[in-house]
Design a protein around this ligand. Structure first.
Ligand code: NAD
Ligand code: WQD
Length: 343
């Protein structure tokens, strides 16, 4: 029987590339569309080094309706995983129109073409950012969606509403929204990982670059929060665990099991860790010191959030398997790989 075809938009990116190798591992035929605005073509080599198969790849902008129509017509995907988006929170405040155009229009194009070509399901990359600072922790999918604090976060909320309204209009496909917490680490092979493009905004790439001596010192953005050690708390999930959640979600959408037309899942470990705890865990796990200092709070940071992943555990049969130590070790192995002079 011909393998089912999955269109992975943004598949050359951090989470998309890790999801691609997990889809290939269970026999899906992956077609990647990526405009390489935040990745590069070398990722294909990394994917092939892991899975043995170089996926079909189109360097196309997901907003290009005509180009995307040709791809849908040629490949008739059974399912879509929509990763393609701009994701830097700070940049979104400076360039809101770029974020609304890129993140919202690219989704609308996929939904319109899914209707036209009979695609059966979409998995959408959402984010725990839609919860803002939850009043109750751990946060469940029933927690209220609070007003977004950035155009990026707002684009995710708007996209969820667009999908909800589209499904409600009676289309012939189903959708799963995965609300990611904080993905970290890299594939254990170190063949793929988070590309170091520019000064890292996120904690782990900045931490590993500091450990590698690329950055002088890591600044902890505040230690005066109402948390045990004063630094912010997040739910850090190994990117491979996150990738595997997408495989389970697409299996569910394309499988025979009748499910609700729209389902939402928190994809986190269910465990919170503070910034200072992360630094100490990294140092213990790798034996490498991370020069760091306490600095002022970063504007817009929420104090603490971590997932209640019970629904994903029970309904998807998925749970995070990796420890924080394993995730941090994989991040360090990737950093060492890309820091080598020959790379
Ligand atoms: P990433 O930037 O590594 O990957 C996104 C990919 O999409 C990149 O390869 C980029 O080139 C591509 N892309 C962007 N706009 C495009 C367009 N118009 N057409 C085609 N390709 C386009 O980011 P990531 O960390 O892998 O995130 C993937 C998705 O997960 C995003 O939707 C992001 O908002 C979401 N997300 C990420 C995190 C995180 O912490 N990394 C957390 C929650 C949600
Ligand atoms: C984690 C913690 C910082 C850097 C962001 C987006 C979110 C999602 C994931 C896309 C915070 C602290 C960080 C540093 C630090 N992205 N920190 N020093 O802010 O939880 O989430 O990325 O969907 O939408 O908001 O992740 O890694 O930036 O920060 O102390 O140099 O590390 O204050 O507490 P965040 P992060």
């Amino acid at each position: 029987m011909n393998p089912k075809r999955i269109l992975v938009t943004g598949g050359m990116g951090y989470i998309g590339s890790h999801t691609t190798v997990e889809l290939q591992a269970v026999g899906y035929d992956v077609i990647i569309v990526d405009n390489l605005s935040n990745s590069n073509r070398d990722v294909l080599k990394g994917i092939k080094a892991i899975s043995g198969v170089e996926p079909t790849f189109y360097q196309v902008d997901c907003n290009d309706q005509q180009a995307m129509r040709e791809i849908y017509d040629r490949h008739r995907p059974d399912g879509v995983i929509h990763f393609a988006a701009s994701k830097a929170v700070g940049e979104s405040v400076e360039k809101p129109l770029l974020y609304y155009r890129n993140n919202i229009l690219s989704l609308i194009v996929q939904l319109e073409l899914m209707k036209e070509f009979g695609t059966k399901g979409i998995v959408f990359s959402s984010s725990c950012t839609v919860y803002g600072q939850p009043k109750k922790l751990p946060v469940t999918e029933e927690a209220p969606i609070l007003p977004a604090t950035s155009p990026y976060g707002n684009s995710k909320q708007i996209n969820e509403e667009i999908i909800r309204d589209t499904i409600h209009s009676g289309v012939d496909f189903r959708a799963i929204l995965l609300r990611y917490f904080n993905p970290i680490g890299a594939h254990p092979s170190a063949e793929i990982g988070e590309l170091p493009l520019g000064v890292p905004q996120n904690l782990i790439p900045y931490l590993t670059q500091t450990a590698a001596g690329i950055r002088k010192e890591l600044t902890v953005f505040g230690d005066d929060y109402n948390t045990p050690d004063g630094s912010c708390i997040r739910d850090y999930i190994h990117v491979v665990d996150l990738a595997k959640a997408h495989v389970v979600a697409i299996d569910r959408l394309l499988g025979a099991k009748a499910t609700e037309p729209l389902e939402v899942f928190n994809i986190g470990t269910g465990r919170g860790a503070s910034v200072l705890e992360l630094i100490h865990t990294f140092e213990e796990a790798t034996g490498v010191k991370v020069p760091h200092k306490i600095g002022p709070r970063r504007e817009g940071d929420i104090e603490q959030v971590w997932a209640d992943p019970t629904r994903a555990n029970k309904v998807l049969g998925w749970s995070a398997q990796s420890t924080l130590q394993e995730a941090l070790k994989s991040a360090w192995k990737w950093q060492q790989k890309i820091t080598k002079p020959e790379n």
